[in-house]
Ligand binder design. Structure first.
Ligand code: NIG
Ligand code: FE
Length: 447
């Protein structure tokens, strides 16, 4: 058992179950002078420090009872077993928050695209570069050439980087293969990452990210291949929980997205959607009508789209690092959605084209300063709501008894410092399933 003691400010996210919307998004429950106890990977108690002695003597009593109930001959053994080690970690008044959940990443890819960034800084647009065969297609070329082993090791180091910035669960998409062989390659990398890294990795299949070059004269042919062959294949292999489509100008139309997603749902995928990023294509409405778990981006969402989301259980995932990196300002989008009663989550959108950052704290700053959220709303978006956006709601994203003990011990007095101290990494230690897996200055302790 681990007891994190002497916490100056503990954020538990106590409150109603389900994604938090409207005024609930901004209610962050804080306990001052707190402790957190974890056992077998889960939180067993969290609260004010003066409740700690009662917890410990309660545990002692139940241990004694167990011993009395056990048979004479096995008493010695049971004493041995029950003399469970209690490690106390005094955190010297630091703040503790739930581990961040990154609700949207494109984690597995080869190469970078900094040349494109140079071009964009000189005035070229993302769509121009994509139309000229660069952009996503450049990463597709490089990812197809890369071995599974190389992709795995690269993505592993990205997960380490995320962990050092406080991310403890991450959604990750394929989408740089765009044929069965290479999409499977990316998804197998995700499966292996899940097995070999301590982070929780939730895999999403994204075959409809762009039309691959071999189908440029036969769009419908690629859609047929997705529907008829790739979707059932990935499902049979059990390689992805979610199915996502890039529904936007220059990518897939809402009609095409609907066909792909409807077939995916029939096959048992849960649904996500890149929606209304570059143009309004009624992606939010489409996602809501199909019962998508999340719709992501939403920079160009319409009033009807906002209404459709408000009436649904779909979570809006905002990716403010992408807008920032693309030099776009979409006004107070976060504010608009929260005020309308839409639950908002955050993600980095980590990818080599539009968001080469792994930092959720940076996204929180942008969500506050550019998109109009309060730090409390941004924290809910980066923890509790992000967990619901990737199908881990109630398991991660909070520090309530029974939830996974994924926590960040911050070199800070308050969670408000996370977005405020932008550019700094305040993470002092990361706990994953009740174990210290990262320590500042020491790097990763356990993978
Ligand atoms: O979410 N929008 C589509 N996909 C990514 C960009 C991928 C890329 O440019 O490589 C995104 O922004
Ligand atoms: Fe994306």
């Amino acid at each position: 058992m681990l007891i994190v003691d002497n916490i100056g400010e503990l954020v538990t996210m106590e409150g109603p179950t389900g994604p938090r919307r409207g005024s609930l998004q901004g209610v962050v429950r804080v306990v001052k002078n707190a402790f957190l106890a974890a056992k077998d990977g889960k939180v067993i108690a969290a609260g004010p420090r003066d409740e700690l002695p009662a917890l410990l003597s309660g545990l002692e009593r139940s241990r004694e009872q167990d011993q009395e109930e056990s048979h004479e001959e096995s008493r010695e053994k049971s004493q041995e077993e029950s003399r469970e080690e209690v490690t106390v970690l005094d955190v010297g008044g630091r703040a503790v928050v739930p581990g961040f959940v990154d609700a949207h990443t494109h984690l597995v890819f080869a190469g970078w695209r900094y040349q494109e960034y140079v071009m964009r800084c000189q005035g070229a647009t993302y769509q121009e570069i994509l139309r000229a065969g660069g952009g996503i297609l450049e990463t597709v070329r490089q990812t197809r050439r890369a071995t599974e082993e190389a992709l795995f090791h690269r993505a592993l180091s990205f997960l380490d980087e995320m962990l050092s910035l406080g991310t403890t669960s991450v959604e990750a998409k394929s989408g740089y293969g765009l044929d069965a062989e290479n999409e499977l390659k990316q998804l197998r990398v995700l499966r292996r990452l899940k097995a070999e890294h301590c982070l929780d990795v939730v895999p999403t299949f994204l075959p409809a990210h762009a039309i691959p070059p071999e189908y440029w004269r036969d769009r419908e042919g690629y859609i047929q291949e997705i529907i008829g062959s790739m979707l059932p294949l990935v499902r049979r292999e059990g390689l992805a929980r979610f199915l996502d489509v890039f529904c936007d100008e220059g990518a897939f139309t809402s009609k095409e997205a609907r066909r792909i997603l409807v077939r995916g749902k029939e096959l048992g995928y849960e649904i996500k959607l890149h929606a209304d990023e570059l143009r309004n294509t009624q992606g939010a409405e489409l996602g809501a009508s199909l019962g998508a778990v999340s719709v992501d981006h939403l920079c160009m969402i319409s009033q009807e789209g906002v209404r459709a989301l408000r009436e649904s259980d779909t979570v809006a995932v905002l990716l403010p690092a992408t807008s920032c990196f693309m030099g776009k300002d979409y006004g107070k989008l976060g504010r608009k959605l929260v005020d309308a009663g839409v639950p908002v989550a955050l993600g980095t959108d980590f990818n080599p084209g539009t968001s080469p950052t792994t930092s959720i704290p940076l996204c929180m700053t942008l969500a506050c300063s550019m998109s109009g959220l309060t730090p409390a709303e941004a924290l809910t978006a980066a923890t509790w709501n992000a967990a619901w956006a990737i199908g881990l709601g109630g398991r991660v994203g909070g520090l309530l008894p029974g939830m996974q003990a994924d926590a960040l011990i911050l070199d800070a007095d308050s969670y408000n410092e996370i977005p405020y101290r932008f550019g700094a990494n305040l993470v002092w230690k990361v706990l994953k399933k009740g174990k210290v897996v990262f320590q500042a200055n020491k790097g990763r302790v356990v993978r």
